[in-house]
Design a protein around this ligand. Structure first.
Ligand code: UD1
Ligand code: UDP
Length: 381
């Protein structure tokens, strides 16, 4: 029996881990023992506990309850907690996802204690090291033993950083294996997408219909921590909901809520609250969010996961960032990089609102990536 640490901390990691948990439950129950570990980086019900039952996941066996803090404090607490768990449980392998502080902290401790690290979502790069995620994922990749890149671009990034695709077993931290595996989030989109009911009352709550609203999310520090950018982005959402034919639904990340309340002028906030076509709501569950994605006319976001889900559900997206790791979407013409530039955002909005049909090629595998990854773990550990 292979003992696997499955590490989650932030919302998107819980969702990603659900794909691996599902593959284990359905295909590898006799050969893999999963120990789900929550670092506690995200702890609000709407960013954490809401997902476990809905996504049919096991509940975490351990929760380190690290909570919020500076990068150093959060990273240090995760490392200390993980060290104890690794000593106690001695897993065969440690799986980490994406590029959060939880990812890097767990990978650093595990690798230094000589436990093999498996990085799912390896190789993604924005080439902007002012993003904390860029530092986290580069560090994680370089201490990992198996690296699963969702895209060919990510796979090539790894080769450019000195990883050798021709390495052969036995794989170790000094002789790592890189894969172009496909994306477990595509597995999830197919699986959970089929569970979402067409009408569950959610759209009616906002007085809107399919294709009549724009879905938005904003949470990146480069947007939330810069009051000028933040005001520009929310002004655009106001303009779309006031002047254009679409209402806007924005499930608000707590980080953004705090910044809005702290930094935007009182008058501006009052106008936003008065606007009946701008629905700023609490974060919603994954199935509810998928329902919104499937029914939106288009999606405005600075989220990594949401950009791709827009593609999975064949919706164009406006990316509120300067760069993206998912460059194939921009090259495909269905994602526009607009940063917080009002003209660029409104230009992209007009382009996507005009009813053209777009192609959404299958860039992200066959929907069975989690199964492939589990097989590779069993072959190698
Ligand atoms: C983190 C990840 C980011 C990922 C995002 C997913 C890092 C460096 N960043 O960003 O890569 O895209 O998660 O959503 O790891 N807060 C709450 N309740 C919570 C969690 C956070 O109110 O349950 C507030 C706190 O004020 C906290 C702030 O949000 O300081 C930021 O949380 P944090 O986990 O540090 O980073 P995220 O912005 O969520
Ligand atoms: N999501 C959700 N509820 C919400 C907003 C997002 O379930 O209210 C999901 C979304 O479907 C995607 C993931 O959260 O799978 C993206 O997480 P986030 O944007 O926080 O992080 P990122 O992907 O940018 O790291």
């Amino acid at each position: 029996m292979m003992k696997v640490f499955n590490i989650v901390g932030a919302r998107p990691q819980i969702i990603k881990a659900a794909a691996i948990s599902r593959a284990i439950r359905n295909h590898f129950q006799d050969s893999v023992e999963e120990i789900l570990i929550h670092t506690g980086q995200h702890y609000d019900h709407s960013l954490s506990s809401v997902f476990f039952d809905e996504l049919e996941m096991p509940h975490p066996v351990y929760n380190l309850k690290v909570g919020s803090g500076s990068h150093a404090v959060q990273t240090a607490k995760i490392m200390t907690g993980m060290e104890e768990l690794l000593q106690k449980e001695k897993p065969d392998v440690v799986i980490v996802y994406g590029g959060t502080n939880s990812t890097m902290a767990a990978a650093l401790v595990a690798s230094k204690m000589h436990f093999p690290v498996v990085h799912i979502e390896a190789g993604l790069r924005s080439f902007n090291k002012s993003m904390p995620e860029e530092i986290n994922r580069i560090t994680t990749d370089h201490v990992s033993t198996l690296l699963f890149s969702p895209t060919i671009t990510g796979f090539k990034n790894l080769i450019n950083e000195g990883f050798h695709p021709e390495n052969s077993p036995t794989y170790t931290i000094d002789n790592p294996k890189i894969y172009h595996s496909g994306d477990i989030m595509y597995d999830n989109a197919l699986y959970y997408g089929s569970l979402v009911k067409k009408k569950n009352g959610l759209l009616e709550k906002f007085g809107t219909e399919p294709e009549e609203f724009v879905l938005a999310t904003i949470h990146r520090p480069e947007n939330t921590d810069d009051p000028v950018k933040l005001q520009k982005l929310f002004s655009c959402l106001m303009r779309i909901s006031e002047e254009k034919q679409h209402s806007v639904i924005l499930p608000l990340h707590p980080r953004t809520k705090i910044s809005l309340e702290k930094t935007l002028p009182g008058d501006f906030m009052k106008n936003m609250k008065k606007n009946s076509k701008l629905h700023i709501i609490h974060p919603v569950s994954f199935l509810e969010f998928i329902l919104l994605e499937k029914n939106a006319k288009m999606i405005l976001t600075d989220s990594g996961g949401v950009q791709k889900e827009a593609h999975f559900f064949e919706k164009p997206s406006i990316v509120l960032r300067e760069q993206t790791e998912w460059t194939e979407l921009v090259n495909n013409g269905t994602s526009c990089l607009a940063d917080s530039d009002t003209n660029e955002i409104l230009k992209a909005y007009e382009k996507f609102a005009n009813g053209n049909t777009y192609r959404f090629p299958k860039f992200y595998g066959d929907g069975k990536t989690a199964e492939f990854i589990c097989n590779e773990l069993l072959n190698n550990f």
